[in-house]
Design a binder for this molecule. Structure first.
Ligand SMILES: Cc1cc2nc3c(=O)[nH]c(=O)nc-3n(C[C@H](O)[C@H](O)[C@H](O)COP(=O)(O)OP(=O)(O)OC[C@H]3O[C@@H](n4cnc5c(N)ncnc54)[C@H](O)[C@@H]3O)c2cc1C
Length: 449
């Protein structure tokens, strides 16, 4: 609970740092509750990593986004904001394995059809056996996956994939990296897949979702519209956070200007704000922050002279020979994402900031990726109308084993300030989703008002 001691009267009640979905959600509920606020955003646009990018007549999202109806209050807000442009979308995802497209989530029937008989029998026996085994499922993501699915399925579909996504061996990853994705995808759901076909999938993240007609970016746009343009200051990069060890006193913008604050909500990457605190936090806090990392994602986008390419919302590529994790075709989420008769493929390449590929020349990167599209879908260069590269920083907080203690240390330190609260995926260092951002915003405003 934040204190109202020392409130500065001509300063907005709430200063929000960052205009991604998390910052905009705080602003949305502040406005709804009649509280004054101002949002400060470093870039010349809002939406953070949750935007829709226009490329000629094409639109694509900053990564394969879907809105999951997992929090009724958040969904209610999104339905009011996006209104008729929000559609329920039912399209399954697929996994590309040895030249075949398998349904995802996996079903026994699908595996039976696509794996050879002996591999299928072995995988099923391992899965049943692992359920009865005593492997410590919660010690690492690897053990968790082995316990849930047995070696063959886990290795083929989860471990290789996760290593590419998170950039480290899966025995170093916390079981929490699975997020909500594997929830319900246990043996029971797997067997349900056999008995009830796609019923099990409908209940899963990959089954059905809500999606705005003009792309996921509509959510941030509508939140921004509701809050009002004058409440959001763009090109305002927070450079320092000045405090007296009890309260945040001022915030520095663009290295020059200082503003007074009352309540402060930060959605800036948790590790960044530690470096901005003045005076600096104790050494152990700074050290803990250095132990936390974020994974970046590069999007290689190809705009293609074909009406349709895939049959899936997203196609996953667990095989290590592919230098990317997944590909999605935006017009499978909404037909409005590409002009008639044309389509696009967006390839997601997770990487570290210091990897060569992050700073690679765009053309070279596109030349490396394109042959894979040719191999999987026979796409020829002549069909490619245009291409582009988009780089996303702070895409995933890396949930390496032991991350919880480091995060807790930072949270404990920041909780000492009675007018500071955190929100956001990188702001709190949690593997969270759009609906969580709305929920966090609601919970924060409930505490302040
Ligand atoms: C590839 C990918 C796929 C995803 N898929 C889904 C999905 O399918 N469903 C779903 O629900 N969610 C999905 N998400 C997550 C969703 O996009 C996030 O919940 C959301 O982007 C997190 O919002 P945020 O506001 O916490 O952070 P961000 O989007 O990172 O926003 C932070 C904002 O703070 C600004 N900022 C940073 N530093 C400063 C500074 N010093 N001063 C001022 N401003 C600053 C940034 O410019 C940015 O605008 C996905 C994310 C990614 C990356």
């Amino acid at each position: 609970m934040t204190s109202k001691v020392g409130r500065k009267s001509n300063t907005p009640s709430i200063t929000i740092l960052g205009a991604g979905v998390a910052g905009l959600s705080v602003a949305y509920y502040a406005k709804m509750n009649g509280l004054s606020f101002k949002v400060y955003e470093a870039l010349n646009r809002i939406g953070g990593n949750c935007i829709t990018i226009k490329h000629g007549d094409f639109y694509f999202d900053s990564g394969a986004h879907r809105y999951h109806d997992k929090d009724s209050e958040s969904t209610r807000a999104i339905k009011i904001l996006v209104n008729k442009a929000l559609r329920k979308t039912r399209i399954p995802s697929q996994v590309y394995d040895e030249g075949k497209f398998l349904d995802f989530p996996l079903t026994p029937l699908n595996l039976m059809k696509n794996l050879n008989f002996f591999t299928f029998v072995k995988a099923t026996a391992e899965m049943l056996n692992s359920k009865l085994g005593h492997k410590k499922a919660d010690s690492s993501f690897e053990n968790f996956a082995l316990k849930m699915y047995g070696r063959t399925i886990a290795q083929k579909f989860l471990l290789n994939y996760s290593e590419k996504l998170w950039g480290m061996p899966t025995d170093k990853l916390s079981p929490t990296v699975s997020g909500e994705r594997l929830k319900g995808l246990d043996l029971l759901t797997f067997l349900k897949g056999k008995l009830f076909g796609r019923v099990g999938k409908e209940q899963h993240f990959e089954g059905s979702f809500l999606y705005p007609k003009k792309g996921i970016g509509t959510i941030a746009e509508k939140l921004g519209e509701y809050c009002g343009q004058n409440s959001i200051r763009k090109k305002a990069k927070i450079t320092r956070i000045l405090h007296d060890h009890k309260r945040i006193r001022e915030v520095e913008i663009n290295g020059t200007e200082r503003i007074d604050v009352n309540e402060v909500i930060s959605t800036l990457p948790l590790t960044d704000i530690i470096g901005m605190m003045e005076p600096l936090p104790p050494d152990e806090v700074v050290k803990a922050a250095r132990g936390l990392r974020f994974r970046n994602v590069i999007l290689a986008s190809f705009f293609i002279k074909r009406a349709s390419i895939t049959e899936a919302a997203t196609v996953y590529f667990p095989d290590r020979q592919f230098p990317f994790t997944r590909i999605y075709e935006p017009n499978k989420r909404s037909a409005s994402m590409s002009p008639p008769g044309k389509s696009s493929l967006i390839v997601e390449i997770p990487c570290w900031q210091e990897d060569d590929i992050w700073s690679m020349d765009d053309n070279r990167l596109l030349q490396i990726i394109f042959p894979y599209l040719n191999r999987v879908w026979n796409i020829e260069w002549e069909e490619c109308i245009d291409m582009s590269v988009t780089r996303l920083r702070y895409s995933y907080p890396v949930l390496k084993i032991g991350f919880e203690e480091k995060v807790q240390k930072l949270h404990d330190y920041l909780n000492n300030f009675d007018n500071l609260m955190l929100s956001g995926r990188s702001g709190r260092f949690v593997y969270a989703w759009i609906h969580d951002m709305l929920r966090f915003g609601r919970e924060i405003i409930d505490k302040i008002r």
